[in-house]
Design a protein around this ligand. Structure first.
Ligand SMILES: Cc1ncc(COP(=O)(O)O)c(C=O)c1O
Length: 360
């Protein structure tokens, strides 16, 4: 069977050349006589892999030396607890912006350990926009300020990063890391599950400013303390070795593509093909306020649930799969992460035109 265009929100498409490289090296990696999956995480060969992964990520994201890069497990969801456990150190207060289900989950977790001030929310309109932020409402003594840079389910993204002054800005970048350029120095902590733009599930990347490490609450479990992992080069216990290896291949691919800035350009082009089509259609409708539209996740609907269902089924028959919207919002959602080629987006638009003619 041929490969399909996979519009899944995550785990998602990986670059085909990464998969082929992994296939070539699957059984025997280099001159080791074994698969990466079979290697000791403490071996020199694996050390080279993780070191190279870190140095590539530092290069493509331009991560300064005073930040640690951690390769962890537990998914982005574990970060919802790790962030407050490690960053609540003085007032035990934090500001959160509520832009969807993932930030809501992060808020619920933080409330277990301290006080959460929700500075803004877009819940009043099914999270289809990013709320305006008024710095006057920010807590002066917050231990950190939390945002979700891209909201996977609703298809919104911040086009402007809030200026929080000396208060560390924490960002869940799970669904848009490496898709557009960010100035890492604006953040205290960036975290992301790997399974959208970096590699297979099982790996969570944390980028954290060094001065924020080492102040965890007493109740913090050892494995949830950033210091544990920072002091041990992400080798306190067995890290997700194979996922780290694939992430290294993805980082190499990003570099070969011209880096994050080149991918950002392609991503903008890909997204605008779909948004332009939606904006000119009387049959389909994009659900997000135009100024806050995501480059990665594009939700849209027809005017009937039955047609939406039919669309998803018929698209799949044409090799355009996983277009069903999140179970809580319905409709359709096209996730077009870095690895989705522009041809995939064009094929989707062609199918949308055909489907419209047949079902108008
Ligand atoms: C923005 C965002 N944050 C957090 C998560 C949760 O990630 P995980 O499944 O790795 O815990 C997701 C998953 O899709 C996500 O999109």
């Amino acid at each position: 069977m041929n490969r399909v265009y996979n519009f899944s929100a995550g785990p998602s498409m990986l670059p085909e050349e990464v998969l082929k490289q992994a296939q070539k090296e699957l059984v025997v990696y280099g001159d080791t006589g074994m698969s990466v999956m079979e290697m000791s995480h403490r071996s020199k060969d694996f050390k080279d892999i993780i070191d190279e992964a870190e140095s590539l990520l530092r290069e493509i994201m331009n991560i300064p030396d005073n930040y640690k890069v951690l390769f962890l497990q537990g998914g982005a969801s574990s970060q919802f607890a790790m962030v407050p456990l490690n960053l609540f150190r003085n007032s035990k207060k934090a500001d959160y912006v509520n832009t969807g289900q993932w930030s809501r989950k992060a808020i619920a977790e933080a409330k277990r350990y301290g006080t959460v001030n929700i500075v803004a929310s877009s819940e009043d309109s099914t999270f289809n926009y990013i709320p305006e932020l008024d710095p006057n409402t920010f807590s002066k003594d917050a231990d950190y300020f939390y945002i979700t840079t891209n909201n996977t389910i609703y298809g919104t993204r911040y086009t402007e990063i809030p200026d929080t002054g000396d208060i560390p800005l924490v960002a869940d970048m799970s669904s848009n890391i490496l898709s557009e350029e960010y100035d890492v120095t604006k953040f205290g902590v960036i975290f992301a599950g790997a399974q959208k733009n970096m590699g297979p599930a099982g790996l969570t990347v944390v980028i954290i400013r060094e001065d924020l490490i080492g102040h965890a609450m007493d109740i913090t479990p050892t494995m949830f303390n950033y210091k544990t992992h920072a002091d041990n080069g992400s080798m306190f216990n067995t890290p997700p070795t194979y996922s780290i290896y694939i992430a290294k291949l993805v980082f190499e691919w990003v570099k070969k593509m011209g880096g994050v800035s080149a991918l950002e350009k392609i991503n903008k082009e890909k997204a605008s093909i779909l948004y332009d089509f939606l904006d000119n259609s009387n049959f389909y409708k994009g659900t997000v306020v135009p100024k806050d539209r995501s480059l990665m996740n594009i939700p849209f609907v027809t005017n009937s649930k039955e047609l939406d269902e039919k669309f998803v089924k018929e698209a799949a028959k044409k090799g355009l799969v996983n277009l069903k919207g999140h179970r809580t919002v319905g409709g359709m959602r096209a996730s077009i992460y870095n690895a989705m080629p522009i041809e995939g987006v064009k094929a989707l638009v062609e199918f949308m035109k055909e489907f419209e003619i047949e079902n108008r």
